[in-house]
Design a protein around this ligand. Structure first.
Ligand code: ADP
Length: 220
């Protein structure tokens, strides 16, 4: 697998980014993952002013301050194993973040990232997020309608619950914020020949195949 491939996984809330990260893992793709959502949820659990501020912002579906996020991403990318493909999930989401993205990769002597955008409609996003359950232990996510046991995680036995920011108001807010930024971010990567779009309304195995095709096209 090409080591000089780095990927920004992009998509509205509910597009299925974390599902596809899991499917890539199961398919044996060797990558390091930096997930902003996960980093922030971990920080939000801290008993500190910063932790409480992050928790409050996330529960409303608002975005955190660009400067703070940029520093988090720099730190996370600095620490990650760069001998593998690096997949960055959840960044950039705003113009202020987009402006520094390539520079962060360049400063760390990493190949500039391609963007894989999983595209879905707002209607489908709301439907999926309303039925999303997350394991309180291992953080695996599930779609309620596909589960026999809606209480217990089938991977680790942990308790399943809705994510705190999967309320109808927070979902709408997150989607609206996303829509405001998408055109600019997409345009930036498109004009630099680093943009790949996946039809997020296809069946998930087909979506996975489409993502694998993009990754395999970078094989030496
Ligand atoms: P989703 O894609 O479903 O919104 P994430 O787990 O990626 O879920 O993000 C959850 C929340 O974390 C966001 O609603 C926002 O509050 C915060 N967040 C994540 N990424 C960023 C970012 N790049 N900039 C600012 N806030 C962010």
């Amino acid at each position: 697998m090409a080591k000089d491939l780095n990927i920004i996984l992009f998509g509205a809330p509910g597009a299925g980014k974390s599902t596809h990260v899991e499917m890539l893992q199961d398919a044996g793709v060797d990558f390091s993952l930096v997930s902003l959502g996960k980093i922030l949820r971990d920080r939000a659990a801290e008993d500190s002013d910063t932790g409480r501020k992050i928790k409050e912002t996330m529960s409303k579906g608002d975005l955190l301050d660009d400067f703070f996020i940029r520093e988090l991403v720099k730190d996370a990318l600095r620490d990650v194993d760069k001998s593998k493909i690096v997949i960055l999930d959840g960044f950039p989401r705003t113009l202020g973040q987009l402006e520094v993205t390539d520079q962060i990769f360049a400063d760390l002597e990493m190949a500039l990232p391609i963007m894989i955008y999983i595209k879905i409609t707002q209607e489908e996003a709301v439907r999926r997020l309303s039925g999303r359950l997350i394991c309180s232990e291992c953080k695996s996510t599930y779609q309620e309608e596909f589960l026999d046991d809606k209480e217990k995680c089938e991977k680790c036995g942990g308790k399943l619950a809705q994510r705190e920011d999967d309320t109808p108001e927070a979902i709408k807010n997150r989607f609206d914020l996303f829509e405001m930024q998408i055109d600019l971010i997409k345009h930036y990567f498109e004009t630099r020949g680093r943009y790949y779009e996946i039809d997020g309304l296809k069946e998930r195995h087909e979506r996975h195949e489409d993502i694998m095709k993009v990754i395999n096209s970078f094989n030496d």
